[in-house]
Ligand binder design. Structure first.
Ligand SMILES: [Zn+2]
Length: 200
């Protein structure tokens, strides 16, 4: 929902033309309200034996689905740092980035998803933040019973990307493997983070 009043001076917003587009703007102070997609960082972090670090998403979009860790980039960090931080917050695992898998976006969805490849370098599986669960999974062990075809445009777009990254069209159940280092038993879940990149 768009704001009705100027955040700087409180005057009612009107429609102004800026940069060849109509945007909400303030006739009193000249403030223009821009609407731009925000960056979200994701990492496809692999471990030994072709295992991929996945979380069971605890928030929409695709709540209950398995997906690589991801989250919004904060103002005081790089996109790469955000990818590493989100993996640690959501799974308890430390990851190192190896390269860029790709940059993915769709008009109107509000996000730009920056996806890195990487590897697990340490840590203990301890799902926290917005993740209901976190595991190291061989993607071939995930079920692939059906494609995700209902839901919002954002959900369908995200599901298609997950299928591309993970190789399973539906990830709502399954994810059976998760050999946890014995040294990690009883590990304390990590610090709880902010809500995931779904903003209503
Ligand atoms: Zn104003």
């Amino acid at each position: 929902m768009e704001a009705a009043f100027c955040v700087l001076c409180g005057h009612g917003l009107m429609t102004v033309v800026d940069g060849g587009r109509e945007r909400p703007g303030c006739p009193a102070c000249g403030h223009v309200v821009y609407s731009n997609p925000v960056p979200v960082a994701m990492v496809l972090a692999r471990a030994a034996e072709d295992q991929l670090l996945l979380v069971k998403r605890g928030v929409e979009p695709l709540k209950g689905f398995w997906a690589p860790p991801s989250g919004y980039v904060e103002m005081d960090e790089t996109v790469e740092q955000a990818a590493v931080r989100e993996a640690l917050e959501e799974t308890g695992m430390e990851v190192a980035l190896d390269g860029l898998e790709g940059v993915f976006s769709a008009a109107g969805l509000g996000i730009v998803l920056v996806v890195y490849t990487g590897r697990v370098t340490g840590g203990c599986l301890a799902p926290a933040s917005e993740a209901e669960d976190a595991r190291l999974v061989d993607p071939r062990d995930l079920p692939s019973e059906r494609a995700f075809s209902n839901g919002t445009e954002l959900e369908r777009w995200f599901a298609a990307l997950l299928a591309r990254f993970i190789g399973a069209p539906s990830l709502r159940q399954g994810a059976t493997s998760s050999p946890v280092n014995a040294a990690c038993a009883g590990a304390v879940p990590g610090e709880r983070g902010r809500e995931d990149w779904h903003r209503g």
